[in-house]
Design a protein around this ligand. Structure first.
Ligand SMILES: [Zn+2]
Ligand SMILES: [Zn+2]
Length: 413
């Protein structure tokens, strides 16, 4: 039988990353469970036959996911026969083709749209302290406003887990309490390394898909931190887009030109950091060391609200975006304003050539599809962990509009 095209999907229930050619199905024929148990071998019967509910089969995967012993009276059992190892859903008992698809790890149902388009994964990366979590907080909030409002495409959390996580870890603190977020913890310290999952488009929308956002911490890229590294590297190498955040206040040349105090612990080099990420992708995706990378890359200059002004006194205007900068021109709404995106992109690229160096741009050029962006997650400076002037995100949505709309623009708008 022909092998199905491999599409990655992230389960909104267990957050497992799944190859959609490996899913399970459940059979709707009420006769199949009994017929299956009647034909089971002795070892299969030990695994799937229930002493407590002889008419039902044990749902081993769901029981284990819920932390229940499949042999105990509490185990999850079902009258809907579970089909494992079928490429098209045909039942191993009655041969009927079934459409009820299940996550192979937790047996939560898989939505219809997901099977075609899988999950579009965006991974947010950058050095420690570059503002990844604030960026993610503002980004989700803006997409929730823009996609339904401006582009008339629904964008909703895929599960209650995502609603709770976004509210608890991001929205409440930043937008309700006006406080800064703590640094993103590493994977093995907390369970927070689950992606935030959203559904884009409705059930009948041609591009109905799951969109996952993953906030990473610097420690996630530490090889010594194995669990975290494995998880994050899997997401990075399967990503539909990487957002690499560059904090201008971590660039020694910018600090120098703006007369800011030098920092004792030197900030990590941007070219080295990006090169490290590129190596992980090449390694996972079996590319050679000089190969270009096909995953689209958005290089996102953060905190630009601090740079969008005229130079004063001894400052060097090379480190700022003055009044004549294209960053002041508003993006045209209800469309993908590629002219504006390209104009801002060219200016940010030039800014980084001057302030981060050609070596960094050379690393970026190894990504066949890339663009430069300028954003501000908070829109104003912070003081002692508080967002004193409230939150006014600036252009945080541009990279996602570019990712989603540049591939699909014609069909979307
Ligand atoms: Zn699952
Ligand atoms: Zn059946």
């Amino acid at each position: 039988m022909a092998k199905k095209k491999s599409v990655r999907y992230i389960c909104p229930c267990c957050y497992g990353s799944i190859d959609l050619s490996q899913i399970h199905y459940s059979c709707t024929n009420p006769e199949c469970t009994k017929a299956f148990l009647d034909t089971c071998s002795a070892s299969e019967l030990r695994r799937y036959g229930s002493r407590y509910k002889p008419d039902e089969e044990i749902d081993v995967e769901k029981s284990e996911y819920l932390g229940l012993d499949p042999r105990s009276p509490e185990a999850i059992t079902t009258r809907e026969h579970i089909i494992r190892g079928s490429v098209n859903g045909s039942c191993d008992v009655c041969k009927t083709r079934n459409t009820v698809k299940l996550c192979p790890k937790c047996h939560a149902p898989i939505s219809a749209g997901a099977e075609v388009n899988g999950t579009t994964i965006f991974v947010i990366m950058g050095t420690e302290g570059c503002g990844k979590s604030h960026y993610l907080a503002s980004l989700i909030k803006r997409i929730e406003e823009i996609y339904p409002g401006e582009f008339r495409i629904p964008f909703t959390p895929a599960s209650e887990k995502t609603v709770l996580k976004f509210d608890r870890d991001y929205r409440n603190r930043v937008f309700l309490e006006g406080k800064c977020l703590p640094p993103t913890p590493s994977y093995d310290i907390t369970e927070t390394r689950d992606p935030l999952l959203y559904e884009l488009g409705g059930e009948n929308h041609a591009l109905h898909r799951m969109v996952a956002f993953l906030d990473t911490s610097g420690a996630d890229l530490d090889l010594g931190n194995k669990l975290s590294f494995l998880n994050v590297s899997t997401y990075i190498s399967g990503a539909s887009g990487i957002l690499f955040l560059v904090d201008p206040m971590q660039l020694p040349r910018v600090r120098d030109r703006l007369g800011l105090p030098t920092v004792e612990d030197q900030f990590p080099d941007m070219a080295d950091t990006l090169n490290y990420i590129s190596d992980i992708i090449r390694d996972k995706n079996k590319l050679r060391s000089k190969d270009d990378i096909a995953i689209p890359l958005a290089v996102v200059l953060t905190k630009v609200d601090l740079l969008m002004r005229s130079a004063n006194g001894a400052e060097d205007e090379d480190a700022l975006f003055g009044p004549e900068s294209s960053l002041h021109i508003e993006r045209e709404h209800e469309t993908t304003d590629t002219v504006n995106i390209n104009q801002v992109g060219a200016e940010v690229e030039e800014y980084l050539r001057r302030n981060a160096g050609q070596e960094f741009l050379d690393e970026v050029n190894k990504y066949t599809t890339h663009q430069y962006f300028a954003v501000s997650a908070l829109g104003s400076d912070t003081a002692e962990g508080k967002l004193i002037k409230g939150v006014e995100p600036y252009r945080v949505e541009d990279p996602v509009i570019w990712f989603l709309n540049s591939n699909e623009r014609r069909r979307w708008f």
